[in-house]
Design a protein around this ligand. Structure first.
Ligand SMILES: Nc1ncnc2c1ncn2[C@@H]1O[C@H](COP(=O)(O)OP(=O)(O)O)[C@@H](O)[C@H]1O
Ligand SMILES: [Mg+2]
Length: 254
C-alpha cells in the first residue's frame, strides 16, 4: 500500500555481524491496532526503536502521515504525534501519579527542555482535570497522590500508558505492555487497552501474550529472525502452519 498512515519499507539493521532486521516491510492503516509478534530475539524491539529515533536503520524508510521519520530525534518524533510505551516503565518514581501524568502534557505543549511554568499556570486546571480523568479510567485515581515509585509493576506500566495518552498521540507504540504482569494485572491492562481501542487511536503493539494479541489486534505481523514471515487477521494467523512452527510451537511459552 502506497499511502499508508504508517509505513515501514525495506528496513535493514545489523549489529556487528548479526542481522537483526532483514528487509522489513509493514503498513499500518489509520484507526487500526496492528500487532507484531514473534519469538524472543526476533527483532521486535529493534524495529520499534527504528521507528522512534532510538536506532537508525542501515537502510530503508519509515514514514508517518506522509512524513519521513528516519533521522529525526526521539523528541521530534514525539512532537509529530508518535508516542511509545517501553518494555521497562519510564516514570518519575519520586513524584505523585498525578504529577507523572501532567508533566508529559506540559512537555508536549511547551517543549521537553523548556517547560514554561508561567504559561503552564494558565491552563494548568484543564491539564489537571484531564489527568485525573485518565487516572480514573485506569483505576488509579485513588492513588493519585502516592509516589509512583511505590506502585506495583502492573500499575507502573498502566501509569506509563496514561502518560502517553495525555499527549493525544496519533500513533501509539507499545512494547510488551503486559510483560512480567500477573494474570490479574494483565486482564486489567487488556481492559484499559480495549477502552483506548474504542477511541480509534492507531496502535502498534508488540506482545508476547497471545490472549492479549488475539483479543486486541485487527492485523498481525509475525517476525522471526528479523524477517516478516506472515501477516493477516488474528484468525488467519492462528491457523497459519508457518507461524505455529516458528512461534507457537517453538520453545517460547506463549
Ligand atoms: N543494541 C544492540 N546491540 C547489539 N545487539 C542487539 C542490540 N539490540 C538488540 N540486539 C540483538 O538483536 C536481536 C533482536 O533483538 P530485539 O529486537 O530486542 O528482539 P525482540 O524484541 O524481538 O525480543 C537480538 O539478537 C538481540 O540480541
Ligand atoms: Mg523486545
Amino acid at each position: 500500500m502506497e499511502n499508508s498512515f504508517f509505513q515501514i519499507q525495506g528496513v535493514n539493521k545489523t549489529f556487528g555481524g548479526l542481522i537483526a532486521l532483514d528487509n522489513v516491510n509493514l503498513s499500518v492503516e489509520q484507526g487500526t491496532v496492528h500487532a507484531i509478534i514473534g519469538p524472543n530475539g526476533a527483532g521486535k524491539s529493534t524495529l520499534l526503536n527504528c521507528c522512534i529515533g532510538k536506532l537508525k536503520p542501515d537502510t530503508g524508510t519509515v514514514t508517518f502521515d506522509g512524513r519521513n521519520v528516519i533521522g529525526k530525534t526521539a523528541y521530534e518524533i514525539n512532537q509529530i504525534g508518535i508516542a511509545r510505551v517501553f518494555q521497562t516503565p519510564e516514570i518519575f518514581p519520586e513524584l505523585s501519579l498525578i504529577k507523572n501524568v501532567m508533566i508529559p502534557a506540559f512537555a508536549k505543549r511547551d517543549g521537553q527542555f523548556k517547560i514554561n511554568w508561567f504559561k503552564s499556570l494558565i491552563d494548568e486546571d484543564a491539564i489537571y482535570e484531564e489527568a485525573v480523568k485518565i487516572l480514573d479510567d485506569f483505576g488509579l485515581k485513588e492513588q493519585m497522590r502516592h509516589h509512583a515509585g511505590n506502585m506495583s509493576r502492573g500499575d507502573k506500566r498502566r501509569l506509563e500508558l496514561a502518560m502517553s495518552l495525555i499527549q493525544h498521540p496519533k500513533l501509539l507504540l507499545l512494547d510488551e505492555p503486559t510483560a512480567g504482569m500477573a494474570r490479574h494485572d494483565t486482564n486489567k491492562t487488556i481492559e484499559t487497552l480495549k477502552k483506548i481501542k474504542k477511541s480509534g487511536m492507531t496502535k502498534i503493539i508488540i506482545e508476547h501474550d497471545m490472549h492479549v494479541v488475539f483479543s486486541l489486534a485487527d492485523k498481525i505481523s509475525v517476525l522471526a529472525q528479523g524477517a516478516i514471515i506472515a501477516e493477516g487477521t488474528p484468525d488467519e494467523i492462528k491457523g497459519n502452519p508457518v507461524v505455529q512452527e516458528a512461534y507457537l510451537g517453538g520453545t517460547e511459552d506463549a
